[in-house]
Each structure stands twice: as structure tokens, then as C-alpha cells.
Design a protein around this ligand. Structure first.
Ligand SMILES: [Zn+2]
Length: 118
């Protein structure tokens, strides 16, 4: 059984609206693909995309570690772009992110923890 939620997503493969099958999963009724929220993060990368991007992700993470960026704490990433107020890079990204969301009246991530209405 599927039910409506306030969240609405499109299938990354066929672009049809996904049906919610639980609080933590959506399904594409056309492609029979399931997309889940794991550890609070929606996973919409198609299986072929996971293979395609695996090398890039591994290399990107190596470079970022070498630059001293990143964190082992997952909450650090959930709170971006507002978490790292000392970094000029992240201050710029926060302003850009707010500018992206504001015209749409969409959520703003306050303190990076949970979405709240703008
Ligand atoms: Zn689909």
C-alpha cells in the first residue's frame, strides 16, 4: 500500500513522480526501483550511477582528505553549508544555497539538523 506524504520526488530514471511506500522509501511504479533514506539521507543514485561514480568518489575523497577537508562525523555533513562558519568557502556556499531556496519558498536547513519552513 502506498500513501501520500508532503515530500514529492521524481524518479531519476524516468522522471515520473515516485510513490511513497513508507516514511523512508519511495518507489517508481514504472521502473520498479526503490529509493531509500538511509541515515537520514535520501539515496537517489541509480545502480548504474553507483558504478559510474565509484572511481570519482574514491579519488575525490582522497584529494579532500589530503587537503585536510571533511570529517568522520556524519553530522558535520548534515549541517553544511551552515556548520563551518570559520570557512570563507562555506559562508559563500551558505549564501548561495539560501539564494537557491528562497525564490522557491522551500525549506531552509536551520542549524543543519532538520528542515524547517522558510
Ligand atoms: Zn522510473
Amino acid at each position: 500500500m502506498y500513501f501520500c506524504m508532503s515530500l514529492s520526488f521524481a524518479c531519476p530514471k524516468c522522471h515520473a513522480q515516485l510513490a511513497s511506500s513508507s516514511l523512508d522509501s519511495f518507489v517508481c511504479l514504472t521502473d520498479h526501483l526503490r529509493f531509500e533514506r538511509i541515515d537520514g539521507v535520501w539515496r537517489f543514485l541509480l545502480p548504474e550511477g553507483q558504478t559510474h561514480y565509484a572511481q570519482f568518489i574514491a579519488e575525490y575523497e582522497t584529494v579532500r582528505r589530503g587537503e585536510g577537508r571533511g570529517a568522520s562525523d556524519e553530522n558535520y555533513y548534515r549541517s553544511l553549508p551552515y556548520h563551518d562558519h570559520k570557512s570563507a568557502d562555506w559562508r559563500i556556499r551558505a549564501v548561495s544555497f539560501d539564494s537557491f531556496l528562497a525564490p522557491r519558498g522551500e525549506f531552509r536547513f536551520v542549524s543543519g539538523a532538520r528542515p524547517s519552513p522558510a
